[in-house]
Design a protein around this ligand. Structure first.
Ligand code: GLP
Length: 259
């Protein structure tokens, strides 16, 4: 795992957007795996700024999203369809037929999981998969205990995840209890993975990711078995690691410092 230590959220977003833009320029027909949550928001803003300023085109890019809540209509303000549409898709020149997300509103969710896996198979999985991390180590909506062999499936959200995401809803009761998520095996089929971690609430998870063992109860640890993972982490999220002797961190420099 390559670790890029940056000072703060701003810098993390700059470095992440630079990596994604480079990917799109070098491989204009790439498949981008996209994430939701608070962490990638600024990265997406920077992609949009670059699109406006430098006309980087996404016309031949396909996107696949990690997950979607079950039971939220696509136009619900907190659905991931809504998030992606308003924060990214409508502001780039992506073709609508190249945008792929699981649908949490269909009556047959098992069929939907199969449909999504067929799309992933057809596209041959992301060339670059963007990930955040939950404070309990979840990636996508793969909660602790999810087998690493899992394909796309319907997952039950843990209480800690529902609580963490309640900040986007009016009330905890409104946070769905289930979601469709790409499984860990699908995520690991990505050619390259870029995980972003920002802020103190991620410090324990980052420490576990960097120094822990492969462990089903810490889903992000599955990334240890992947050959091409980059983690961009800011100083608050690295707080716990700085206390560990055997990982020496040098001063972060502008644009990130590789450890
Ligand atoms: C959410 C998403 C994940 C995201 C994570 C962290 O529940 N399903 O894809 O990475 O939780 O979110 P945030 O970036 O808001 O901390």
């Amino acid at each position: 795992m390559k670790i890029i230590a940056v000072n703060d959220y701003e810098e993390l977003s700059k470095v992440a957007s630079k990596i994604i833009i480079e990917k799109v320029k070098n491989q204009p027909d790439c498949v981008l795996g996209l994430a939701t949550g608070g962490t990638p928001e600024k990265t997406y803003q920077l992609l949009i700024e670059d699109f406006k300023r430098n006309a980087t085109t996404y016309q031949n890019v396909n996107t696949v999203n990690l997950d979607e809540y079950v039971g939220l209509p696509n136009n619900h303000p907190q659905s991931y369809h809504s998030y992606m549409f308003h924060k990214l898709f409508k502001l780039l020149d992506l073709k609508s037929e190249n945008i792929h997300m699981p649908d949490g509103m269909v009556s047959d969710l098992q069929e939907e999981c199969k449909r999504y896996d067929m799309i992933l198979d057809h596209l041959n999985y992301p060339d670059l998969q963007l990930l955040g991390i939950g404070s309990n180590g979840h990636i996508g909506f793969n909660e602790p205990g999810s087998p690493f062999s899992q394909k796309t499936y319907v997952t039950t959200l843990s209480e800690s995840t529902r609580l963490a995401n309640a900040r986007f809803f009016n009330h905890l009761d409104e946070v769905p209890s289930h979601a469709i998520t790409m499984g860990i095996s699908g995520i690991l089929k990505s050619k390259e993975i870029l995980l972003l971690a920002s802020g103190e609430s991620k410090a324990k998870a980052v420490k576990e990711l960097l120094v822990g063992e492969l462990d089903m109860n810490f889903p992000a640890s599955a990334l240890k078995s992947h050959k091409h993972v980059t983690i961009i982490v800011d100083s608050l999220a690295l707080k716990e690691v700085r206390k560990i002797k055997d990982i020496e961190l040098s001063e972060a420099t502008c644009g990130g410092h590789e450890i």
